[in-house]
Design a protein around this ligand. Structure first.
Ligand code: ADP
Length: 580
């Protein structure tokens, strides 16, 4: 039904008929001007709101909406058709990306399909000519007129038509036109042929087109602003830092999703409420209160506890947004979670002190034994005792070397450099036996059992680094079994790789530490037993990187607090090429 030509709207009965009736035209034009003025006002107000929104001040609800604009455009095409005495009217806008003019819906007297299909290149037809030359045209016989062939207006079932350019003029303060831009054309069609539209109709349409162009350009601007606003909203909501905006009276303007989560605010819509009602937690309320009271920008570290996130440390900062007169309009508070940074800092401090301790202990022992031997001119100590002293010095030197080598490897990893492997064929069985014997020699409380089968296949790897992996794991198994017990090292062939396991009967590792033990500097400090064991918290971190460098992995296979643990290492038989 919609493709039936719609009759022109009836003229008002109290006015004399006739398209050239000056009163009707003037009235309609005035009405149209009112529509334009109204829309301009709405858009201006929206622009102002958006400007304030970008500086994070209070946003009042948007007055106009897109369906309203559609209504405005619909009444615009209807009025234009009525004034110019046309049956159909369509606005076409130029799409710079495609170089084609397309119908801006709603069009009057055209079905949706017709409107969609009506597309004309800017280089073709009456549409293109009017757009390019910025000059109106009219025609009486669309079917025969060579100019309209490319417009293909015949499929719209019309004979005569008049087309005017849609020109936006920008003026300076003195109302001088400083810029002109053609954004499209407006068509008015009739089914009837000659006499179709005359020159007066054409002038009239030109006049109306200028106003229509203003409406459309404002509408486009409005949509653009609206889209930008939505984008801004989405960005604001997706920021990971918590952002709270309040006005100077302490009423909330905005709270993003992250801030709601950080502060445990479940209610989504808190705009307009006093901040003290929403942020019941002392720290945030105090920060906002201080910023409002003292009218100054603050920065402080606050600790918040919520059921969802537990205890977290935040760097909180307030910024004052000032209006044109310099007075504070809004206060923006930004909360950044720095718990991890603080945690690493704390662990680093602990690390420095433990490393110093770990370095000093063997050095003190080495120095003590060497001094004793040097002072023993009288040969007070027998040969066996002296050998025992030398062995202790030797072991302590090994301990120092291991620690220094660990530290060097850590600094390589931290610097983002790959751990360089010196590859050769490694007999894992022999290596395991060696490590087990060495570790057994340091303890009398434990039995270090090497259950690795002698026929365990050799792999290509870095002998020293695999030694380091196993020494660390067996060393830990001994360290964290303060009451002694058996430490078993086992291994088996597993296709492309070899699996090694180190099991102990020691302290075990509580569930909540199992992921964290692989982080650098992380040490379990839940109980006095684990606290009593000296260590740096870098062993497992390094083991993981060393195993990965060998195309393998290491994981905690089993652990039970107070019962023991089993660590597993997988090493590829042939490690990946370095740098891959
Ligand atoms: P370090 O032993 O120097 O503290 P590691 O990185 O080797 O550092 O180990 C990290 C933490 O994991 C240790 O502090 C310890 O609490 C825990 N851990 C490691 N191995 C064992 C084990 N076999 N049994 C119990 N806890 C262990």
């Amino acid at each position: 039904m919609a493709d039936h030509p719609r009759p022109p709207e009836p003229r008002q009965t109290d006015l004399p008929p006739g398209p050239s009736d000056a009163d009707v035209i003037r009235r309609e034009r005035d009405r149209l001007q009112l529509v334009v003025a109204d829309l301009s006002r709405k858009i201006k107000s929206l622009e102002e709101q958006l400007e304030t929104a970008t500086t994070m001040t209070e946003v009042t609800p948007v007055i106009a909406s897109r369906p309203e604009l559609r209504k405005t455009l619909s009444s615009l095409v209807r009025r234009v058709a009525m004034i110019v005495q046309g049956e159909k009217c369509a606005i076409m806008l130029y799409n710079p990306e495609t170089g084609v003019l397309e119908v801006l819906p709603p069009a009057m007297g055209l079905t949706e399909d017709q409107a969609k299909a009506f597309k004309v290149r800017a280089t073709e037809g009456v549409t293109g000519q009017v757009f390019r030359e910025r000059r109106s045209l009219r025609y009486d016989d669309a079917a025969r007129d060579p100019r309209t062939i490319k417009d293909n207006v015949a499929f719209l079932h019309v004979r005569s038509g008049v087309t005017a350019p849609l020109i936006i003029k920008r003026r300076d303060e003195d109302e001088h036109v400083v810029d002109e831009q053609c954004i499209g054309v407006i068509h008015v069609f009739n089914k009837r042929g000659a006499p179709g539209f005359n020159d007066d109709d054409m002038r009239l349409l030109e006049m109306l087109a200028t106003q229509a162009a203003a409406v459309i350009s404002n509408a486009q601007l409005y949509i653009k602003i609206q889209e930008e606003k939505e984008q801004l909203e989405a960005t604001f909501q997706s920021i990971q830092s918590g952002v709270i905006v309040i006005n100077r009276a302490g009423k909330i303007s905005l709270v993003n999703a992250a801030a709601r989560q950080i502060c445990g605010v479940s209610e989504a819509d808190v705009a307009g409420k006093p901040y003290a009602e929403v942020f019941t937690d002392g720290e945030v309320a105090r920060l906002l209160g201080d910023a409002v009271r003292h009218d100054e920008e603050l920065a402080r570290e606050i600790t918040l506890v919520t059921p969802a996130r537990g205890e977290r440390i935040y760097q909180a900062q307030t910024t004052l947004i000032r209006g044109e007169n310099g007075s504070t309009q809004n206060i923006v508070a930004i909360l950044n979670d720095i718990s991890d940074i603080r945690n690493v800092e704390r662990m680093k401090t602990a690390f420095v002190s433990t490393v110093s301790h770990e370095l000093r202990t063997p050095l003190t022992s080495i120095k003590g034994f060497i001094s004793t031997l040097l002072e023993d001119q009288e040969e007070y100590y027998d040969k066996d005792t002296r050998i025992e002293f030398y062995q202790i010095i030797d072991e302590e030197c090994d301990r120092l070397t291991r620690l220094i080598s660990d530290l060097l490897n850590i600094s390589r990893i931290e610097a983002g450099r790959a751990l360089e492997l010196v590859l050769s064929e490694v007999n894992l069985y022999e290596l395991c036996v060696r490590v087990c014997n060495a570790q057994q020699s340091y303890t009398t409380k434990h039995q270090v059992v090497c259950a690795v089968p002698p026929d365990l296949p050799p792999i290509i790897g870095d002998q020293d680094k695999i030694d380091q992996i196993l020494t660390n794991l067996v060393g830990n198994a001994i360290k964290y079994s303060p009451d002694g017990g058996t430490v078993t090292v086992d291994g088996r062939d597993d296709g492309d790789s070899v699996l090694l396991s180190v099991q102990d009967e020691g302290l075990g590792i509580a569930e909540h530490h199992r992921d964290k033990i692989w982080e650098r500097f992380h040490r379990v400090d839940d109980n006095v037993d684990s606290q009593a064991v000296s260590g740096t918290g870098i062993g497992l971190y390094l083991v993981k990187h060393l195993a990965e460098a060998h195309g393998g992995d290491v994981w905690l296979d089993w652990s039970e607090v107070g019962v023991g643990s089993r660590f597993m290492v997988r090493l590829a038989k042939v490690p990946p090429k370095q740098g891959e």
